[in-house]
Ligand binder design. Structure first.
Ligand code: ASP
Length: 366
């Protein structure tokens, strides 16, 4: 039997054309998109398609759209060997990170791709991106799909989605994954680096989050599958979060205003270098107050690569002392997604910290 792939179109440049009046690019009809790429019929798989009713520029991505996308994948999960999601590149790393947490114990690939030039453009990068994404999604061995995680494929490289950030608005090579190597490189051959692929959390049952879920246990009894082989769809996320990027000269007023947002539950604090921040008393005391008010604060670095290491410099010791969570080498995009997810599924500061600082989907080097 040929593998079956569901190709989902959310929007993005890949399917855009110029508005005749404003001359700005906007998303258009999915059927017109596929007309430009008859080559996909030659692939050794069956492809079904699903399009968002109103395709969007990914700058309009939000929690509701993430749930719509997650629901489509979840509802079709058993019928397909994998999923390829066409998505704008602007927020693709956020969506990829979020999907990676929504789908626990993934047993199939979800590959996001898009392009820098519309598919109708003569020099488009869309065709290679789409064709190779489909080819990667159908890779299987005698146990089933080889890739069992959420990935981004762009310009000859397959990345773990929750390790990526969009780095370039001009080059075809738009993404980078500074703290984790590409999972596959497409050249003359499709070179998948099997040892880098996500293998799940089989080795670490004490923190297998699924074990806390009663419904999962019930399913486990019915299917007699080990708990870490049952996919759990967890679409609920908490949106009362903020990213606060430090800059020299940031004022007390600004930090105070952010920490006083009504109902705020979490702050992803983008600090300097290996997790350093101003040592002024007002700064530390506002953060301390926020932590006492049950706001979780995660320390991530503004640097493109490398990790937070609180305590390495004097300028981060105080952050460690008051109890910030270390984001280690996580990207801001993945930190935000992980925070939205863990705020929904943890009650205490300690469990939030212990899950955040460990690797749930390969998003952090723990
Ligand atoms: N603005 C577009 C989007 O993110 C850019 C792209 O598709 O690459 O939807």
């Amino acid at each position: 039997m040929k593998p079956k792939i569901l190709l989902i179109y959310t929007g993005g440049t890949i399917g855009m054309m110029k508005d005749p009046e404003t001359k700005a690019l906007r998303a258009f009809d999915f059927s017109k998109l596929l007309v430009h790429i008859p080559e996909i019929k030659q692939l050794d798989c069956e492809i079904d398609t699903f399009s968002f009713e109103e395709p969007i520029d990914s700058s309009d991505m939000n929690l509701e759209e993430w749930r719509n996308l997650g629901d489509v994948i979840n509802e079709n999960y058993d019928s397909y060997q994998g999923f390829v999601v066409l998505h704008g590149s602007d927020t693709m790393s956020y969506t990829g990170s979020t999907l990676s947490f929504m789908f626990e114990n993934l047993t199939k690939p979800i590959i996001l791709t898009g392009s820098q030039l519309p598919i109708g453009d003569l020099r488009t990068d869309a065709k290679e991106n789409l064709i190779t994404s489909l080819q990667l999604a159908i890779q299987q061995d005698d146990k089933g799909p080889i890739i069992k995680e959420v990935c981004i494929y762009f310009e000859y490289q397959l990345y773990r989605a929750n390790r990526t950030a969009k780095m370039n608005a001009e080059h075809f090579e738009a993404f980078s994954s500074p703290n984790y190597p590409p999972l596959a490189i497409s050249g003359v051959h499709l070179n998948i680096d099997h040892k880098l692929l996500w293998k799940g959390r089989v080795d670490d049952p004490s923190v297998v989050y699924a074990e806390q879920s009663r419904s999962t246990k019930a399913e486990q009894l019915q299917t007699s599958k080990p708990v870490n082989e049952i996919m759990n769809y967890r679409p609920d996320l908490v949106d009362k979060v903020v990213v606060l990027k430090l800059f020299p000269g940031i004022t007390e007023e600004v930090v105070q205003a952010i920490c006083s947002i009504e109902g705020l539950k979490g702050i992803v604090l983008e600090t300097y270098g290996s997790g350093n921040a101003p040592t002024q008393k007002w700064f530390v005391s506002i953060l301390k107050k926020a932590l006492e008010n049950n706001i979780r604060i995660v320390n991530v670095t503004q640097c493109i690569g490398g990790a937070v290491s609180m305590g390495k410099y004097e300028t981060s010791i105080q952050l460690k002392k008051i109890g910030l969570v270390s984001g280690k080498d996580i990207t801001t995009e993945a930190a935000l997604a992980k925070m939205m997810y863990l705020l929904q599924h943890t009650d205490s500061v300690d469990s939030f910290r212990s899950y955040f600082e460990s690797s749930l989907r390969g998003e952090i080097t723990a």
